[in-house]
Design a protein around this ligand. Sequence first.
Ligand code: NAD
Length: 336
Amino acid sequence: MDVAVFSTRPYDRRFLDAANAALERPHRLTYLEARLSPETAVLARGAGAVCAFVNDRAGAAVLEAFAASGVRLLALRSAGFNNVDLPAARRFGVTVARVPAYSPEAVAEHTVAMMLSLNRCIHRAYNRVREGNFALDGLLGFGLAGRRVGVVGTGRIGAAVARIMLGFGCQVMAYDPQPDSALEAMGVSYATVPELLAGADIVTLHCPLTPETHHLIDSAAVGRMRRGVMLINTSRGAIVDTRAVIAGLKEGVIGHLGLDVYEEEADLFFQDLSGTVIQDDVFARLLTFPNVLVTAHQAFFTVEALTAIAETTLANITRFEATGRAVHEVSTEKLA
Ligand code: NAD
């Protein structure tokens, strides 16, 4: 199949090429650096499938352009699909496929890496020691054993985080509309969101971005949290209202903040902007806090995850070419 691959970076090409070369009938992959948008959708002309990533936007105009140019499959290289207008995909006859679980541990381990970095001030210690400053003032951490960790969303990633934190000797409380009985058997206690926010020393977000979870952490939620709480978001940026969280940081309610995602990340992440002036004042403010650690949507970025993403994406395309159905379709059946 002819596949137009949007938002390609050298590492995408490396892993997709390797997985494609292993196929009996490799696909013809055209790598595009451009982000998918109404302006760039035309670049997919002539392709039967488009492959896209988290900050590509597949709204109605893009999907209509796909239908007009013969693109029948949108194969996402991600688990999340909040960037696709699913009712429009159904209307225009574009099948949407995704990679539901490439390496939940990759994201879970990055989440825990952020917790430990923030807690023990590793991000500050690294810079200090390089400058010959071996003083410990300002680097005081706290023990994780016995602390209460609140996991919002206990799907694949949230469950992996819960298991790791249980291993640290933490008490794990969770909220999910569909509780996981295996986690309960391991000692995780489910609670409501307000109970979780009021009780947790560390709140970590692993629910998908939906209309229901948009700005789940707003100023009211910050107001419910324990003073000095650590908040981690490695899920999707818009689950957190960044302005509310900045206010919480200034007031000292939020004691540590770890973000791998940011609601306006599309114009920033996955590119080298070190020689430019950042125009996003909210993001720039975040970078001024000593107790904030930001990584640029990096949690998925392991050899294991990129291998699995490439293999599953190509399997979706191969099956779709052969049968008209992808292996992991995002269901649009209940949509108008
Ligand atoms: P999953 O589908 O396995 O789990 C999501 C869980 O969230 C489910 O158990 C679901 O019941 C629950 N949920 C749904 N609505 C909820 C709500 N309102 N409140 C609380 N929980 C709710 O997904 P996953 O593989 O665990 O991934 C979780 C999210 O992580 C994805 O949606 C994606 O946005 C994000 N993600 C980020 C990265 C990264 O690199 N930073 C990589 C992969 C995934």
